[in-house]
Design a protein around this ligand. Structure first.
Ligand code: GDP
Length: 320
């Protein structure tokens, strides 16, 4: 029997890695798409199934869809920073909204029986007036990134109304050893390990009292897959339901390394963002009730994974 094929856009990123691995384990023929020059980042994808068609090349996308006939498309490709400069704002809107529309519309034209999942973001809730946030919470983004993801979320809804099997996964923060250093979790882990090695003297942070609902990326890609197996497409919040402050996260990291956070922490005003009125915590009870998904890892597991991976990475690099 021929294997079902799946396509992951943004396959070279954190989530693309975990999703590629998961789909491979499940027996799919997994294809990955990323920017030209990013082929080597698509580590979880077999080299002959790594593609670099631009998301702005609609004819190229149509050709790719005809050629590989994906039964499922996971659209992860996005510019994913919240705290953007005004130059980055234009790139965020173009890369996230226009590119997502190209993927959705070309897929619907070519393969209307396929299934599409968007990796959306809790940023669409902006500065919410309640906590936790669920699928019923108002969409009122307060960053350009949030606006771009809200537009993608609505595009998914529009194509679903047109009869296409599309779903939006409203992902709360999800991290892993593969998280980039611009995000606070990885910044804390890398700096703490550097302090332990005597290579850094302080950890500079902005708001340390902000609450985030941090999950493990490997659990969240299972939610994406589970969503596409359901015959009735819907949008779901994907979260752990537990909020922790940035200070809590840093405290766990430093403790694991035998260090006292307060000896090293420094407030840097230039890193501070406007405060949020209600904690950014997700209510994922709907996906649990409807599809049976729940996270397998908690914050302590995540901290252990990230710290152990960084210690390993640093010891590997000093062996060279
Ligand atoms: P976000 O939730 O997508 O904004 O993810 P981030 O990891 O970038 O930030 C999480 C929280 O950490 C935000 O509330 C930031 O205000 C806070 N934070 C405090 N200091 C820093 C910092 O130095 N870098 C980043 N990225 N965030 C910081």
């Amino acid at each position: 029997m021929q294997r079902a094929s799946a396509l992951i856009t943004g396959a070279g990123g954190q989530d693309g890695f975990y999703l590629g691995r998961l789909l491979e384990e499940k027996g799919y023929e997994v294809h990955g798409l990323d920017k030209e020059g990013h082929e080597s980042r698509m580590e979880a994808i077999a080299p002959e199934r790594r593609w670099t068609v631009s998301l702005f090349d609609t004819a190229g996308l149509a050709n790719l869809f005809r050629r590989i006939q994906p039964r499922e498309v996971y659209h992860l490709a996005a510019f994913s920073f919240v705290n953007t400069t005004s130059d980055e704002d234009r790139a965020v809107l173009r890369n996230n909204v226009e590119a997502s529309h190209n993927v959705l519309s070309m897929l619907f034209d070519e393969l209307p029986e396929s299934r599409f999942c968007l990796a959306c973001s809790a940023e669409i809730f902006g500065n919410a007036d309640h906590s936790p946030q669920s699928e019923k919470s108002a969409i009122q983004p307060c960053t350009i990134y949030g606006v771009s993801k809200a537009a993608c979320h609505h595009l998914v809804g529009l194509y679903r109304m047109r009869g296409f099997h599309t779903s939006s996964a409203i992902l709360f923060n999800h991290e892993s050893p593969r998280r980039g250093p611009r995000f606070v979790t990885q910044k804390i882990v890398r700096t703490a390990v550097a302090i332990q090695r005597g290579e850094a003297q302080e950890l500079c942070l902005g708001n340390v009292d902000t609450v985030r609902d941090w999950g493990f990326a490997g659990d969240y890609v299972e939610a994406l897959w589970t969503m596409l197996q359901s015959d009735s497409p819907e949008d779901y919040v994907v979260a752990t339901g537990h909020g922790h402050t940035v200070r809590d996260f840093a405290g766990l990291v430093f403790e694991k390394l035998g260090l006292k956070l307060d000896d090293w922490l420094r407030f840097d005003e230039s890193l501070a963002r406007p405060p949020e009125s209600f904690p950014r915590v997700g209510d994922a009870s709907w996906i649990k009730e409807r599809l049976g998904w729940k996270p397998k890892h908690d914050l302590a597991d995540l901290v252990s994974m990230m710290v152990d991976a960084e210690l390993q990475r640093r010891s590997d690099s000093s062996d060279i």
